[in-house]
Ligand binder design. Structure first.
Ligand SMILES: Nc1ncnc2c1ncn2[C@@H]1O[C@H](COP(=O)(O)OP(=O)(O)O)[C@@H](O)[C@H]1O
Ligand SMILES: [Mg+2]
Length: 467
């Protein structure tokens, strides 16, 4: 296939993955341009973002400030929903901020910038183009002459370990190889800053490790003509393994909550005590108790703004049982549990914090400590478990006591779902309200606090109580 700029632009316009950062950019000289000393390659200043123009809509990013210097690999580490991808898209010029400024190489970003290339979690390759053509896409869009384009693309393919696959199509490649193409397509642009949005998270564990270490080797050996790297990840170990500096983002709204320099020498070994210690420390930062969580029962309004994560009671019970048992006896290191359960940091923190919210556990400095009711729960029969869970639900989750009270007050002890849905939506997005109700329904069912009939979309008290 002959890739003319015209056909390319048409293809980009019609079918490009929305996130192809290189679309429609002007010709540029190859290689990172030298910067006056002291100018960071990336500066983010007071960036705020709301997706909705309504000033009462949720703030996704709140006054984010950061810089990345030349030759640095910096991690943006945060849990899912903390606004990492949003920030990366703003930096790439694919999305505008609500307020604040971004500058790359000293120039304000107001659209897709030449100095920026991005690699995404999903491989986002054009299925109808070969590996070589996929890698050439960004160069073609920049008007690089064909002979030079080919030469540079082949060099990038070679560098990333895909020599011999130039003419293969994406469907013929494994996930790891496809992601290598994603890297080659970004590297070939010699960007001043390379933005990586969870580029290893769709790969299996071993493949991810290989692509990661290959990339680090190339970087360490000075083979990459890129100025700096900003890596978005929710994986603490990945951040510690790869980065010189880690910015920990908090959620709701997204803020830079902590900054950590990583000075361990490369190659970094995960079992090294200093590595483990740093991972534990960061776990601690990420599980720092949010101000809103405890004692939230003061007012109903505050209570109804509490979002509930949809974690099943089976999973909650499973974690309590595991931490209660030998060798933990009630206290466990979250990173240890995370690898034992093959659960991502994100998922495990969500479960641990749900236990904390319910008053069953404390999550401190990377440890989970069961409180006495949780140990009792872990060792009890089902009926005692249900009673314990019901007590905690009604005491700790204002929405639970609220729904129950409404049902008790109504003569028929029934209430339609929208009655609570609209109330929740005054305090959170529709999606969050939906997830909150789902969690509420499944927990209340287990604890027999109230019931919900999906067919009629009605909440009701249990038959026994109604009688
Ligand atoms: N296009 C969008 N429109 C509205 N809300 C969005 C959009 N994209 C993301 N969000 C919301 O912004 C928040 C941050 O999302 P995101 O930047 O994807 O976080 P992360 O990459 O850290 O998981 C989430 O609450 C998400 O629901
Ligand atoms: Mg993301």
């Amino acid at each position: 296939m002959n890739l003319t700029p015209k056909s390319l632009r048409a293809a980009l316009g019609a079918h490009a993955p929305a996130d192809l950062a290189t679309a429609g950019v002007a010709p540029a000289a190859p290689g990172p341009r030298p910067l006056p000393s002291g100018v960071p390659i990336l500066t983010v200043k007071d960036v705020c973002k709301r997706y909705d123009s309504d000033p009462d809509s949720p703030l996704v990013l709140d006054n984010v400030n950061m810089t990345v210097d030349r030759r640095e690999i910096v991690a943006l580490l945060g849990r899912s929903g903390s606004g990492k991808s949003t920030l990366l898209r703003i930096i790439a010029g694919l999305l505008s901020s609500t307020s604040g400024q971004v500058a790359v190489a000293g120039k304000p970003v107001s659209g897709p910038a030449n100095d920026v290339a991005m690699v995404f979690q999903s491989f986002a390759l054009f299925p109808w183009l070969t590996v070589l053509e996929n890698v050439q896409v960004g160069l073609e869009a920049r008007g690089v002459p064909p002979a030079e384009m080919r030469k540079r693309a082949l060099a990038a393919i070679d560098l990333i370990g895909l020599d011999g696959f130039e003419n293969a199509y994406p469907r013929e490649l494994s996930g790891g190889m496809r992601q290598r193409v994603g890297f080659a397509r970004a590297l070939v642009l010699d960007p001043g800053i390379l933005l990586l949005d969870e580029p290893f998270s769709a790969l299996d564990v071993l493949t991810a490790e290989t692509v990661r270490t290959d990339f680090l080797d190339l970087w360490g050996d000075g083979h990459l003509a890129i100025g700096a790297v900003l890596l978005v990840t929710h994986n603490i170990e990945e951040a510690v393994q790869m980065c010189d500096r880690i910015l920990v983002m908090s959620s709701n709204p997204g803020r830079v909550a902590a900054e950590i320099e990583v000075t361990l020498p490369h190659p970094r070994v995960r079992t090294d005590p200093a590595f483990r210690q740093l991972v534990d420390h960061i776990y601690g930062l990420m599980t720092r108790r949010r101000k809103a969580a405890p004692g939230i029962a003061e007012t109903l309004a505050a209570g109804l703004s509490l979002q509930l994560p949809h974690v099943s009671t089976n999973v909650l019970a499973g974690l309590m049982e595991m931490v209660d048992a030998e060798p933990h006896n009630g206290v466990a290191d979250l990173p240890v549990i995370s690898s034992a359960l093959q659960m991502s940091t994100d998922d495990l923190l969500k479960v641990a914090e749900t236990l904390q919210m319910l008053g069953f556990a404390e999550v401190v400095e990377g440890d989970i400590r069961l409180l006495p009711p949780a140990r009792q729960f872990a060792q009890a029969e089902l009926d005692v478990r249900k009673r314990l869970f019901a007590d905690h639900l009604l005491q700790r989750i204002p929405l639970a006591s609220h729904i129950r009270r409404v049902l008790q007050e109504r003569p028929n002890h029934r209430a339609p779902r929208p009655r609570f849905e609209t109330e929740l939506e005054d305090h959170m997005s529709e999606t969050a309200a939906d997830e909150t109700l789902k969690a509420m329904i499944s927990w209340a069912r287990y604890a027999e606090v109230f019931a919900y009939d999906g067919d009629t979309a009605q909440f009701h008290l249990d038959a026994e109580e109604e009688a």
